[in-house]
Ligand binder design. Structure first.
Ligand SMILES: Nc1ncnc2c1ncn2[C@@H]1O[C@H](COP(=O)(O)OP(=O)(O)OP(=O)(O)O)[C@@H](O)[C@H]1O
Length: 606
């Protein structure tokens, strides 16, 4: 989740910028290693960029030093003519320095952007390839939000580090070093006074940032609750309005807002002095005041000539302006390091292994041979399940929630690979079938129906891109959805949004049409959990019957009456196969299935 947490005192005091919070941070050494690995191909560019930025920044100080020296020399001399050569020399040094700075900073920025474009191009290509080769189960477990974040925000943060933050940080550090070095050369006591003000600022800043991480968890939790309550309220607005149940959601929302405000307030109270001090010390007027007072005391005591005060007024007062870019740069580097850790983690995930010696299935009989699978390597979600699913038959997977039905269904298209045992299609282990061949032999009709933002026609045609319009319509007719489509504003050319314009049952029939058109011999179907109206239910059942003809069909069933005609029913319990048989056989057995059937008949859950 992206957060908009800012330093609480920001409105009043404009405190330090936001750093990546600890909740986001992978271990520091892991992220640093990742950064080194990902930047290896452009390390020469980065070194070049840093050197150019250092030289540019150093050259950029020449005009300030020149102005200070011209004033110092002019003030110290009684006759200007005698020092005119020196004054001209400093004038030239200042002008050349300013010119050089422009050229060097421009060159550094170009080099940084060139390296950035190259790296991001390579990373995008590698990431897309990697996404194409990762097990589908990873996408299910991670969610599209995480994938999107890596492809966008994380890459943007890496752009920041290569093209901006590194140059800014090195440039600002150089400016501070050169400036302080020059001031030390002029007068070490006054230089220490100037450095002292900056040091107080840095320490105060660090104190303010340290307490940020302490409060971050509370703030993040509150933000998540606010966001969840808002989504819950918006999603359920119809129910809220119809049944007036909005009060409880609003109460949760208000509580979360109160917690957020309290956490923000606590942070603001704790950091108010450090933030104010940090801002105070970084203000030019503060440095000017301290330098002038200290300088005049030194002049008064005879430790400093009046002319030597000039460099501190010109160069010293300008130093705080370099602190902010240095802080921004270091935050950019920190964020980039976190992003690099995330990108590297994605790139180093083991891809779904492709077969060394690919083989093709002979027929479409599915055999589950002592299939065992564990998500976490500790508990088995499916254990020792053996069954044969013949072509032209329907097999229903039933059982209580968490019994392992979806897990078995997701092992078939290799969303995950079995931990033990094997799954064979047409006598060939699915791990020996090339992934594209395996997936094209299956139609997956899941509950979270995936409709693309495209026309109805193209949505059906996905399964067979070269199908003619007549074939698309025939599939739609078979799936009992043709009539519905012709009633849409543009018929088959109507562009679908996120399923907009179609009911749940209609969306499911559209995906059934897609599966019918694709003609894949294996069909894996997750039956809708939400009840459809009787007409919709009849239409879906009829569409499924069309789809099933001559195929090996696996149905994850939630309502038993919809699968009572299945050829075999596998009853799962806690990942194990508890019973198997036809509806009649299982009822006669009077075991678990019979109890589930009874319970559903009487509207209770098993
Ligand atoms: N991505 C996952 N990571 C870890 N554990 C999981 C994951 N998906 C499912 N599980 C666990 O595996 C077990 C079997 O879950 P599965 O979803 O296969 O059951 P199910 O019978 O399909 O349940 P439901 O009818 O509620 O969908 C459960 O204990 C579940 O918590």
């Amino acid at each position: 989740m992206t957060t908009a947490i800012e330093n609480p005192a920001e409105s009043a005091l404009d405190p330090p910028p936001q750093a990546p919070h600890d909740a986001e941070l992978p271990p520091r050494h892991v992220a640093t290693d990742a950064l080194a690995r990902l930047f290896r191909p452009i390390r020469r560019h980065l070194v070049g960029c840093a050197i150019l930025s250092t030289l540019g920044s150093a050259a950029g100080f020449a005009p300030y030093i020149a102005v200070a020296e011209i004033a110092r020399v002019a003030l110290a001399s009684t006759e200007l003519a005698s020092v005119s050569a020196t004054l001209w020399t400093w004038t030239w040094i200042g002008m050349i320095g300013a010119g050089l700075r422009l050229v060097l900073v421009f060159a550094s920025s170009r080099l940084g952007h060139y390296a950035d474009a190259r790296t991001l191009h390579d990373l995008r290509v590698r990431m897309i390839r990697q996404l194409g080769s990762l097990p589908l189960g990873w996408f299910r477990a991670s969610g599209s939000g995480a994938v999107k974040k890596r492809m966008t925000t994380d890459l943007e943060d890496m752009h920041l580090i290569i093209a901006h933050a590194l140059g800014e940080l090195v440039g600002a550090a150089t400016a501070i070093t050169v400036g302080l070095g020059y001031l030390l050369f002029v007068d070490w006591r006054m230089a220490l006074v100037t450095a002292g003000v900056l040091l107080v600022m840095v320490v105060a800043y660090r104190i303010a940032m340290r307490s940020m991480s302490t409060h971050m968890n509370r703030l993040l939790t509150a933000e998540e609750r606010i966001s969840a309550a808002s989504i819950e309220y918006a999603d359920g607005i119809a129910v809220v309005k119809a049944f007036g149940t909005g009060g409880r959601i609003l109460e949760r929302f208000n509580t979360a807002v109160r917690q957020h405000t309290a956490a923000l307030g606590a942070w603001a109270a704790e950091t108010r002095y450090s933030t104010a001090l940090s801002r105070l010390c970084s203000a030019e007027v503060t440095v000017l005041g301290v330098v002038t007072i200290a300088g005049l005391i030194f002049v008064h005591n005879g430790h400093l000539a009046m002319a030597e005060l000039i460099p501190f007024l010109v160069v010293g007062v300008g130093l705080p302006t370099s602190i902010d870019p240095a802080i921004q740069g270091s935050l950019g580097v920190r964020k980039g390091r976190v992003a690099a850790g995330n990108v590297d983690e994605l790139l180093s995930r083991p891809p779904l292994p492709e077969p060394v010696r690919p083989a093709s299935p002979q027929g479409h009989q599915i055999e589950l041979d002592r299939v065992t699978f564990s998500y976490d390597g500790v508990t088995n979600a499916v254990a020792d399940v053996t069954a044969t699913l013949a072509p032209g038959t329907i097999t229903a997977l039933v059982g209580p929630s968490g019994a392992g039905k979806s897990t078995i269904a997701s092992l078939l298209p290799r969303f995950y690979d079995v931990t033990d045992g094997a799954i064979r299609i047409g006598g060939t282990d699915i791990r020996d079938i090339p992934t594209t061949e395996l997936l094209s032999s299956m139609s997956l009709v899941f509950q979270d129906v995936m409709l693309l933002r495209d026309t109805v026609r193209e949505n059906i045609r996905i399964g067979r891109p070269l199908a003619t319009d007549e074939e698309v319509q025939a599939a739609a007719r078979a799936a009992r959805i043709h009539e519905v489509i012709t009633r849409l504003p543009d018929g088959y050319d109507t562009v679908l949004g996120d399923g907009g314009g179609l009911s749940g049952g209609e969306r499911q029939r559209l995906t059934i049409a897609r599966a019918i058109l694709s003609g894949a011999p294996v069909v894996i179907l997750d039956e809708a959990t939400a009840s459809l109206d009787p007409d919709g239910e009849t239409a879906v059942q009829a569409a499924l019957a069309e789809l099933a003809v001559g195929k090996t069909v696996i149905v994850i069933a939630h309502r038993l009456h919809t699968i009572s005609a299945a050829d075999q029913i596998l009853v799962l319990d806690d990942g194990q196969l508890a019973e198997r048989g036809s509806h009649e056989q299982l009822l006669a057995r009077n075991g678990r299935y019979a109890r589930m059937w009874e319970a559903q008949l009487h509207g209770r859950s098993a």
